[in-house]
Structures are given as structure tokens and as C-alpha cells.
Design a binder for this molecule. Structure first.
Ligand SMILES: [Zn+2]
Length: 102
């Protein structure tokens, strides 16, 4: 069996939509061919992630808020620098001085 054939059938193989003999042929190929085995695994992982993503979203909103609050509590200086010290550095102002160098 050729790699191209195997790759074409990998999706069906995962879904066990093939005949038993076909499944076995692909399985045998995967055991011998690291490239196709890798391909199969990455498909499997992608599907797994999709499945998990549907079941539980990565970061729910309350959790995101909790993380932000946690960061603010543990690193108060981060918040302080952002709000008080130099809210704007205005790097664009120097452009006028530099531009007319003809
Ligand atoms: Zn192969």
C-alpha cells in the first residue's frame, strides 16, 4: 500500500468506516511507516482537541477574570506602572524634528 493511498483513507480509518481488511492494511502500513503514523497521530490529536473544545471552552469568562485579578493582586507594581507612570511616551513627537533633513 502506498503512502498516498493511506493518507487518503486515514480519515475513514479513524472513523472505522473501512472494511476490516482495509483497516488491517492501513494499520500494518502505519506500523511500518513513521511518516504516515505521524500523520495519523496529528489527525487524531486535532480531532481530540476539537472534541474537547466543544465540550469545554478553553477559558471561560469568569476564569479569565479570576486570572486577571490574580495577576493584579500578585503583581501590584504592574498595575501601578500602567496607570500612573507615563501613560503616553509619545515617540511620534520627535518625528517632526527629524524629518526635514534635506
Ligand atoms: Zn506511509
Amino acid at each position: 500500500m502506498k503512502c498516498a493511498e493511506v493518507r487518503e483513507l486515514l480519515g475513514n480509518y479513524m472513523d472505522q468506516e473501512l472494511t476490516e481488511s482495509m483497516m488491517q492494511r492501513i494499520e500494518k502500513h502505519l506500523l511500518r511507516c513513521p511518516a504516515c503514523a505521524y500523520e495519523a497521530r496529528s489527525i487524531e490529536q486535532a480531532r481530540e482537541m476539537l472534541r474537547r473544545g466543544v465540550e469545554s471552552p478553553m477559558v471561560s469568562e469568569p476564569l479569565g477574570e479570576r486570572i486577571l485579578n490574580h495577576i493584579a493582586e500578585r503583581f501590584p507594581h504592574l498595575r501601578a506602572t500602567r496607570s500612573t507612570e507615563q501613560p503616553f511616551s509619545l515617540p511620534l513627537l520627535s518625528l517632526e524634528d527629524e524629518a526635514p533633513s534635506v
